[in-house]
Design a binder for this molecule. Structure first.
Ligand code: MN
Ligand code: MN
Length: 458
């Protein structure tokens, strides 16, 4: 006797694809294959893939962005995640400038409480690093937070120098945490921003011109060198281009403990999108910026060759009609970021459709490896007995056109408007409970639980 039986589906894990029924008892997967005597609820998955729920390890919900708050809070953001096939997120919990890390966590707990519709963990985002904060880092693993993010750009605000990065790395290593860096050379970006503004070049396109690939590659290479020197484990967020990827590959070849992600938008958007007519380019202002078609191909190849750990959304949504307008006469004032928490899963699946990655690699990148990398495995990210019953029933035969009207986030555009995609998320289960039925959310805000994460082995 099981509570829920998913029958007639095709189970896909990162290790293989096979026909099997899946039985759920309580919140966990209790049986895969074999015969089932009885079930309270039977879900027919004929013609559907049964996939592990997506794990998106890079989101910003209810977060400050250049003096504004993101359009999505924990409720709209996680409902969108669920409808897109994502059942776990790791959000960036932020320290307030001048505040302690503990206050940041309490603040984020309040934001998530009663609102999260999928399970969620935190990375600690540290915009104001100093000696007392360095000492406080050691307390975070005890609260289930085992990754800390620092900024190598953002001159005059969040940017840290090498000395601070070295000190954070040494502390992270001691307490079993991963250091994450936003890798762009902040001085170079600042220099170019001033130059363009002084020449009257204020349009969104200059956002890309002021953040060249070499500035990203330089900071990536430096962060890897510092990780090598301190023996810390490093995770480079949002690798956007071949030049930065090269540095990651070199570091890995030297045996440095360096991991890296790319994001959906680097696989589908280019610098040309920043040059769309009028002020439309502002919708595509995020950092690092979108690059070239050649960079997209390099990143897809890296995914195929298992060089990158995951594809995350870096969902950070601000509305076009009012929030993005603030930068109309100065590209440096446009709030950075774009929505993508709902589109990530289906867009990455297009790599399977076009033959760039295998179906099993898709599952690995969208769920299994991010869960493993961030201390959530085995309960999250794969289909196995005893794991949380976080499942996506996916129809590979259907297709649709992405349109903002059909998305669930609280922002007024999708960067992928009008894109034709194959496949459809039909149903989603989170810890055994159905939260999406026929593409629509049927769960409840507040059902999502905090995910306390394991220390990393350094
Ligand atoms: Mn960043
Ligand atoms: Mn981010």
């Amino acid at each position: 006797m099981v509570d829920t039986l998913i029958t007639n589906g095709i189970v896909v894990t990162n290790a293989g694809t096979y026909r099997a029924d899946v039985g759920i008892v309580g919140e966990q997967i209790a049986q895969i294959g074999g015969s089932f005597l009885r079930a309270q609820t039977v879900i027919d998955a004929k013609g559907l893939y049964v996939l592990p729920g997506g794990v998106d390890v890079h989101t910003h919900l209810d977060a400050p962005s250049l003096g504004m708050m993101t359009a999505d809070d924990f409720q709209t953001g996680t409902v969108a995640a669920a409808c897109g096939g994502t059942t776990s997120i790791i959000d960036f919990c932020q320290q307030s400038p001048g505040g302690t890390l503990a206050e940041g966590i309490d603040n984020w707990d309040k934001k998530a409480l009663g609102k999260a519709a999928v399970d969620y963990g935190y990375h600690m985002l540290i915009p104001d690093f100093h000696d007392r904060i360095a000492d406080e880092l050691a307390t975070l693993p005890g609260r289930g937070i085992t990754s800390f993010k620092l900024f190598m750009s953002g001159k005059g605000s969040a940017m840290i120098d090498d000395q601070a990065l070295l000190s954070a790395m040494a502390k992270a290593r001691e307490c079993g945490a991963l250091i994450m860096v936003h890798a762009e050379n902040g001085d170079a970006v600042d220099f170019l921003q001033r130059k363009f503004l002084s020449e009257g070049k204020t349009a969104p396109l200059y956002h890309a011109a002021s953040r060249p690939a070499r500035a990203e590659a330089e900071a990536t290479s430096r962060a890897i060198a510092l990780a090598e020197i301190t023996g810390a484990a490093l995770y480079v967020v949002h690798v956007s281009c071949g030049e930065a990827l090269e540095e990651v590959v070199r570091g890995k070849q030297r045996g440095v403990n360096v991991l890296a992600e790319t994001c959906t938008h680097y696989l589908f958007l280019t610098t040309d999108d920043l040059d769309r007519k009028g002020f439309e380019g502002a919708k595509f202002v995020f950092s690092p910026p979108a690059r070239s078609r050649a960079d997209q191909e390099v990143l897809w190849r890296a995914l195929r060759n298992n060089v990158l750990e995951t594809v995350s959304s870096d969902h950070s949504s601000t509305r076009y009609h009012d929030q993005k307008q603030v930068g109309r006469s100065d590209f440096t004032k446009i709030p950075n970021g774009l929505p993508g928490i709902e589109e990530r899963f289906i867009l990455l699946y297009q790599g399977v459709v076009s033959g760039k990655i295998s179906l099993e690699q898709f599952v690995d990148l969208v769920a299994s490896r991010p869960a493993r990398t961030f201390g959530l495995a085995p309960r999250k990210g794969t289909i196995g007995i005893g794991n949380d019953a976080d499942l996506v029933l996916f129809d590979p035969a259907s297709s649709r056109t992405i349109s903002n009207e059909n998305l669930h986030h609280a922002v007024d555009y999708s960067a992928y408007e009008g894109m034709r995609v194959r496949g459809r998320v039909v149903s989603v289960l989170l810890r055994g409970k159905q939260i999406v039925r026929d593409g629509e959310f049927c769960g409840e805000a507040g059902y999502g639980k905090f995910l306390s994460r394991e220390r990393v082995e350094v």
